[in-house]
Design a protein around this ligand. Structure first.
Ligand code: NAD
Ligand code: MLT
Length: 309
């Protein structure tokens, strides 16, 4: 079987596919007609977030059995088109959860203590000790929007450093929140009570621009962290809220359009800390998701159940 890999994945996943006897072809940074040509004789396609898997791609790939997402989010895959073409979509929903949770915690601290800003100035020869007075997370309230796999791991870690936890997630039970020491509250209460608001939902029509001007005004201060998906937090509204000091700061790993354009408003606001979608970028996480998706592809070829997205 031919497996086409269009976003870089860990070598362990490529090796596992080859050990299973598949022909593995990598075609990174390929778009448009070149992507459609590359996928024409593929039986499986492996992507991360860099490849847009749309109707045109399915049309161009008549032998495709499965699209494997080496990671969690499948918002770059047109699931309806996959269904219409009889193609399985699978993801690797466990392997990068801890990496994403740790990055979220790191981003919260980075914003609260202006670490990137102070780092950049010191590297530039400036001893700006007097310019930074940070905020402790201890005793503050963490508002978690989306208490799924990543949200829960973030909850455990930040509970451990003494934060009070409130959460909004209309699809989970109060018992699950209780077990984590989080109080399940309505959306508005989550916003009003949060000193730090962290978002961990998928990007869906329901969550697009979930946090915008009105929601940021309800927070009336504090920090927003988004290591989930760009587009869940309205970027123009967030940049304006930090700029006009409605908020103290923000930490953003994911953007509505990636790679992010240099004129994205979030890049020019001093108190917005940014990283280029690094939440899952640890050695362990990348090995986990790459080998997991290789196993899913083998399962699909063998007609066995796969872990659907
Ligand atoms: P998950 O499916 O386990 O959890 C998502 C949670 O969001 C669920 O509990 C669901 O009930 C809740 N939810 C859905 N709609 C909601 C709404 N309208 N309001 C509030 N809650 C809602 O997903 P996960 O594995 O925890 O991943 C969370 C997000 O993190 C996804 O967007 C994923 O793509 C992203 N992610 C990003 C990185 C990164 O590199 N930055 C890494 C891993 C995951
Ligand atoms: C995910 O949804 O798993 C993340 O986007 C991680 C990634 O693949 O970069």
């Amino acid at each position: 079987m031919k497996v086409l890999v269009t976003d870089p994945i860990d070598d362990a996943g490529l090796e596992r596919l080859r050990e299973s006897g598949h022909e593995v072809e990598t075609a990174y940074d390929v778009t448009g007609e070149a992507l459609l040509d590359a996928v024409a004789d593929a039986n499986a396609l492996v992507v991360r977030s860099g490849t847009e898997v749309d109707e045109a791609l399915f049309e161009a790939a008549p032998d495709l059995v499965i699209v494997g997402r080496a990671g969690i989010g499948v918002d770059n895959i047109d699931i309806d088109a996959a269904t219409d073409h009889g193609v399985i979509v699978a993801n690797a929903p466990e392997g990068n959860v801890r990496a994403a949770a740790e990055h979220t915690v790191a981003m919260a601290f980075a914003a609260a203590r202006s670490i990137p800003q102070a780092h950049a100035r010191l590297k530039n020869g400036e001893w700006a000790k007097g310019d930074y007075l940070g905020t402790e997370l201890n005793t503050k309230t963490l508002g978690i929007v989306g208490l799924g796999r990543v949200g829960q791991e973030v909850a455990k870690r930040l509970d451990g450093i003494g934060m009070d936890l409130v959460a909004y997630d209309p699809y989970i039970s109060e018992e699950r929140a209780d077990r984590l020491g989080a109080e399940l509250v309505e959306f508005e209460a989550c916003l009003e009570r949060a000193d730090f608001l962290t978002v961990h939902t998928p990007l869906t029509p329901e969550t697009a621009d979930l946090i915008s001007t009105d929601e940021l005004e309800l927070m009336g201060g504090g920090y927003v962290v988004n290591c989930a998906r760009g587009g869940v937090v309205d970027e123009d509204a967030l940049a304006a809220a930090v700029e006009n000091e409605t908020l103290d700061g923000a930490a953003i790993d994911v953007f509505a359009d990636e790679p992010v354009s240099p004129d994205n408003p979030l890049l020019s606001v001093e108190d917005v800390v940014v990283t280029p979608h690094l939440g899952a970028s640890t050695e362990a996480a990348q090995e986990n998701v790459a080998t997991s998706i290789a196993d899913q592809i083998d399962a699909a070829f063998a007609g066995e159940p796969v872990m659907n997205a």
